[in-house]
Design a protein around this ligand. Structure first.
Ligand SMILES: Cc1ncc(COP(=O)(O)O)c(C=O)c1O
Length: 450
């Protein structure tokens, strides 16, 4: 198998086309993908959705431009701003108090930013987020276009959305200008693959091609590109049927989990009243009623049930169900989680102290997210400034020279150029003491502008 992969690892030989100037097989495969997803044009990307997002940001902005970004964007967006020299203005996000997770931006929060900053070039938000929560993409895109701005949607977690009507809407269905589909996350495409879709004529495709020439490798893997074509074919021909089965099995798993003591599964009903939708293929399980953390439950699933979850934070675990999962796989996962919860309930004595710490970290995170960042300089200026290293505890009032991201949950906490407030410092100190790891914090120190 590996040997066959290695034999297939060819390069731009005659007849194999050229990703940066596609006229043959790659051009045809990209056209088929555009048809399948409902885009005007689709680019195959082999450097991850990070590359798609950064190329898109580079294509739509120049130094000094303002871009409206949802407060909970992935760090790839900030990477794009560092490359381009644009300035982020933040769109407030709603937070779910029970699950302590960010839900996303609302049309009102976007309208507020567009009124305050009529000069923004474009708007960037995520659909769905890590927890499968989708904002009202139809309203957000319509509003963005009413103000004559570019709508860029990070659908790294939603490449399957266009293929089943019971899933939240994809940005392409409502006319977003640029949509990034993270193929490797929920489609059977290899790691590092992504589709960058273009629609509607607001962004010239030449601008995307130029940006990709700067950012994407000149030696694209034909194996990765072939896997994009295979994933597109499966999604287009069998996606609806396979997803239908997964959605049914996911709903059954949600019901079963919600009957287990101490755990609770996020459902559409939890978010619908706040104006959001939920993608049932993201099984978000809150363990708030157990004495175990999400990290511990993930470890138990790995060791005792040979199951890997996508992601664990302090009180949640998230399992991504894809069209390649069977009903048996999904019900076995629900069984395993119920069994873990059952055993935990027998040892409830030890629970209390740790549980209260955990709850307060996430409450802090929601609080900190609602406090919109003070962006003192552009991310690019901050990254190119002279920096020094200071202890987190002494960083209040300093301007961050780095991106600080708690992993999990992986959303941006501090962007380069942003002032580190007392609330941010307190959150970092408290969360680190509860076991949250941070990218951008090393040996309890952060980099700040000197
Ligand atoms: C919302 C979001 N956007 C973008 C990315 C980057 O995708 P990739 O890892 O394919 O570069 C991720 C990765 O986890 C993500 O969660």
């Amino acid at each position: 198998m590996i040997t066959q992969c290695l034999i297939g690892d060819v390069t731009e030989l005659p007849g194999l086309d050229d990703l940066h100037a596609p006229q043959g097989a790659i051009g045809e495969a990209q056209r088929l993908a555009a048809d399948a997803f409902g885009a005007d044009k689709t680019f195959f990307i082999v450097n991850g959705s990070t590359c798609s997002i950064q190329s898109a940001v580079l294509a739509i902005s120049k130094p000094g431009d303002k871009i409206a970004v949802s407060r909970d964007v992935h760090k790839a967006v900030i990477g794009g701003l560092i490359l381009t020299g644009a300035y982020p203005v933040y769109i407030d996000v709603e937070v779910d108090k029970e699950f302590q997770i960010p839900l996303g931006p609302t049309p009102d929060s976007l309208r507020h930013v567009l009124d305050e900053h009529p000069d923004v070039r474009g708007v960037i938000f995520t659909n769905p987020n890590f927890y499968g929560v989708s904002p009202r993409v139809d309203l957000l895109v319509a509003l963005t276009h009413d103000y004559d701005k570019i709508a860029l949607i990070d659908e790294a977690h939603g490449p399957h959305l266009p293929f089943h009507k019971d899933l939240p809407l994809s940005g392409l269905e409502v006319g977003a200008d640029l949509v990034i589909s993270g193929a490797h996350k929920t489609l059977p495409a290899m790691t590092q693959t992504s589709f960058l879709h273009l629609k509607g004529g607001r962004v010239p495709d030449q601008d995307i091609s130029r940006a990709l020439k700067v950012i994407e490798t000149t030696s694209p893997s034909y194996i990765l590109m072939a896997s994009l074509d295979i994933a597109r074919k499966l999604a287009a021909t069998q996606g609806c049927e396979l997803l239908g089965r997964v959605i049914d099995a996911a709903r059954k798993a949600q019901l079963k989990l919600n009957e287990s003591r101490g755990i609770r599964c996020l459902t559409e009903e939890d978010v619908a009243s706040k104006g959001f939708r939920h993608d049932p293929t993201k099984l978000v399980v809150s363990l708030d009623g157990l004495h175990m953390t999400g990290f511990e439950v993930a470890e138990r699933l790995r060791e005792k049930h040979s199951t890997e979850v996508e992601f664990a934070d302090i009180v949640n675990i998230i399992a991504i169900l894809t069209m390649m999962d069977t009903e048996q796989d999904i019900s076995a996962l629900a069984e395993a989680l119920s069994e873990i919860a059952e055993n935990d309930n027998q040892r409830r004595e030890k629970a209390i102290t740790q549980g209260s710490d955990i709850g307060s970290v996430l409450a802090d995170l929601s609080h900190v997210l609602k406090d919109l960042p003070k962006q003192v300089m552009t991310p690019r200026e901050a990254v190119f400034s002279k920096w020094e290293q200071v202890e987190v505890a002494r960083a209040t009032g300093r301007i961050s020279a780095d991106t600080i991201v708690p992993y999990p949950p992986g959303i941006i906490l501090v962007c380069p150029g942003q002032e580190i407030t007392g609330a941010l410092r307190d959150f970092m100190v408290h969360a680190a003491s509860c076991g949250v790891r941070f990218h951008g914090v090393k040996d309890n120190c952060v980099l700040v502008v000197a």
